[in-house]
Design a protein around this ligand. Sequence first.
Ligand SMILES: Cc1cc2nc3c(=O)[nH]c(=O)nc-3n(C[C@H](O)[C@H](O)[C@H](O)COP(=O)(O)O)c2cc1C
Length: 265
Amino acid sequence: MTTSPKRIALIIASTRTPRLGPAIATIAAEIIIPRLPPHWTLDLVDLMQHPLPLFTADPIIPAGLRQPVAADAYADPATNAWSALVRAHDAFVFLTPQYNWGYPAPLKLALDALYHEWAAKPALVLSYGARGGNKAAAQLRQVLEGLHMRVCARGVQLPFGKGHDLGGGVISKETDARWRAEDKKEEVIAAWEELVGLVNAVAPVADAPSHAHAPSAPAPAAATPAPPAADESSDPSKTGDRKAKPLDKLAAVFQRSTHRPPRDH
Ligand SMILES: Cc1cc2nc3c(=O)[nH]c(=O)nc-3n(C[C@H](O)[C@H](O)[C@H](O)COP(=O)(O)O)c2cc1C
């Protein structure tokens, strides 16, 4: 099967320290990367690396911009960079915690900073929290639909195990055991396959690269040199190791984030 190149972004929505987001993103990436169709890439987009202005003197309402959105459409350079990044991606996996029954403010800011850039692109919601972040996921889905994204019917909710340290930033043994018992890996696989189907459902534009309108897209995290993975298995329990450096491990996982088809194909 031949497929055109696609870039998918895995967005980490939590920006606090410590945080669980990178450890769960590692698990998700280890499940998704081996299942990337030919010529597809998974990029890590950590909102901590993309701060956007909370206060702006920009009179522009993103929905009011002409399409295609120009590279300098916004007053703030950070917003223009964010716009380029989102334009450069064909679909998004949102990984969000639940904060007080909602999703984190930096994610809302990142969504509201743009409008047309999100439209018609497929989105998958992965959430976590004491009960799997179900309320945050529901709110996020509603907002993504308001942005005219095509949201996967399947989402994955990752509930913490008994005694999980909510503030600790580490996946506990109990939580890991619960995810295994509830076959969360299979849920992620099924949801990912749905996202792939939504991406493939878009008719390709003749003779146009999928990112022709995003010349200044920032380099994805996958391009960043990183140390070799200490453990390259997809065993979620390894990610819960308190000694592991979650960001190092995450970077190592994303070094392998482009599907390379076998040579004889
Ligand atoms: C401000 C705040 C509010 C929270 N509210 C909820 C909540 O409503 N429901 C829940 O299950 N967990 C809640 N938690 C616990 C988080 O799910 C837990 O801290 C998780 O690790 C947050 O993700 P992060 O570490 O990636 O930021 C909250 C945590 C914070 C920091």
